[in-house]
Design a protein around this ligand. Structure first.
Ligand SMILES: NC(=O)C1=CN([C@@H]2O[C@H](COP(=O)(O)OP(=O)(O)OC[C@H]3O[C@@H](n4cnc5c(N)ncnc54)[C@H](O)[C@@H]3O)[C@@H](O)[C@H]2O)C=CC1
Ligand SMILES: O=C(CO)COP(=O)(O)O
Length: 356
């Protein structure tokens, strides 16, 4: 089917769903966008503006917003799901009757479900009959995408049709889509980097220098990779846009909501007040809790997650998080060349007495 006649449905009326709907429409697809707020639907269709989530952005005239799932999903060949993780399963379950085995179904959500530790594409597989499931993830701040800043993303799927179709539908002069066959790794990268964006926001608020920020981002990558390996994932995926790419942008920009939560807490605000003030989703808040619990249960060494958890949920001062990192064991830089165990063994030998 040509791009011009392809029907695309976007589920979610937030900033990212809105930016993606316009990209697909600019490229020639017929786009319908679902959201639950009827007054926002009415304003989008009348004024071409999502004044709640992306006020400065003019929505492409081809996008039609609606609160009716059946209307939005009717004959859709590609469905993009941009719903926060907390409501993701519930919305997909509602949509499932209009999603067939041949519908291409792609999650753009960077979170983890609390019960059962499910990633969003796993929910898509559980709740629908679609045989074409993928994940879109990368350094994609919605506000910059909306401003047509040159941006790249990754479509990850083990299904080649899904990869190719998403590349075609979402590629335009300012948005480029690369392909990956590691759905799990790409999705995990998108969820994990939110944790470190909160830590980076705190570091920024505390006036930490560029050395410190660089250390934080690089050790975050080491920690994410260690977690990925513990779950049987391929850490090489984290070298791409959906790993280190997204980590860099989210840890460096005030446009990131997760960064802003950390910034507010670093300036002395409580977690509740920081989230309340944001008025949008910051997936990392929940992800910190889930990853902390899992790392404790499974004995995965994650000093940044550990420190951040204690700051966010147990009232420890943000400055303590950085100090704890400096006090942790002497360790290895890149664990794929020198393992943590190897680095530790040399210290054990030194502890045993002077080397003859
Ligand atoms: N905004 C961004 O820069 C990017 C966001 N993402 C991811 O996209 C996902 C969605 O985020 P945004 O669009 O930014 O969210 P947002 O915070 O801008 O908006 C959230 C949207 O979800 C809707 N929603 C919340 N609960 C709902 C429910 N129970 N039923 C129906 N709709 C509900 C809200 O009404 C709103 O339209 C997040 O997981 C985020 O990590 C990914 C890349 C970039
Ligand atoms: O994922 C994002 C950029 O790639 C958006 O990050 P925030 O959810 O922190 O705003």
């Amino acid at each position: 089917m040509s791009k011009e006649t392809l029907r695309v449905a976007v589920l979610g009326g937030g900033s990212f769903g809105t930016a993606l709907a316009s990209i697909a429409s600019v490229g020639g697809a017929t786009v319908r966008q679902w959201m639950r707020d009827a007054s926002l639907v009415e304003r989008i269709n009348r004024e071409r503006r999502n004044d709640r989530y992306l006020p400065d952005f003019e929505i492409d005239p081809g996008v039609v917003a609606s609160t009716e799932l059946e209307f939005v999903l009717e004959q859709a060949a590609l469905v993009l799901v941009a719903i926060p993780s907390k409501a993701f399963r519930q919305v997909v379950r509602q949509a499932a009757p209009w999603i067939g085995a041949e519908t291409i179904l792609v999650s753009t959500t960077k979170g983890i479900e609390e019960h059962g530790f499910r990633l969003m594409s796993e929910i898509l597989a559980e709740e629908t009959t679609s045989r074409h499931i993928g994940v879109l993830s990368g350094p994609n701040l919605a506000a910059e995408v909306a401003r047509r800043q040159l941006t790249a993303s990754v479509i990850a799927s083990d299904d080649d049709l899904t990869r190719a179709q998403v590349q075609r539908v979402l590629s335009c002069e300012y948005f480029r889509v690369y392909a990956s066959n590691d759905r799990y790794g790409v999705e995990l990268g998108g969820a994990l980097k939110n944790i470190y964006a909160i830590a980076a926001g705190m570091a920024h608020a505390l006036g930490m220098g560029e050395n410190t920020k660089s250390m934080l981002i690089t050790r975050a990558l080491a920690e994410m990779s260690r977690f990925a390996v513990s779950q049987g994932a391929n850490p090489m995926t984290f070298l791409g846009l959906a790993g280190v790419g997204d980590l860099i942008v989210t840890c460096s920009s005030k446009l990131s909501r997760n960064f802003r939560v950390g910034l507010a807490m670093g300036e002395g605000m409580s977690l509740d007040a920081a989230v309340e003030g944001l008025g949008q989703v910051a997936e990392g808040v929940n992800t910190v809790r889930l990853i902390y619990a899992k790392s404790q249960r499974e004995g995965i060494y994650m000093p940044l997650v550990d420190g951040l958890y204690h700051v966010m949920f147990e009232g420890v001062a943000p400055s303590e998080m950085a100090r704890a990192l400096m006090r942790s064991d002497h360790s290895s830089d890149v664990e794929f060349t020198l393992s943590r165990e190897e680095a530790r063994r040399a210290h054990q030998r030194l502890d045993q007495g002077p080397i003859p």
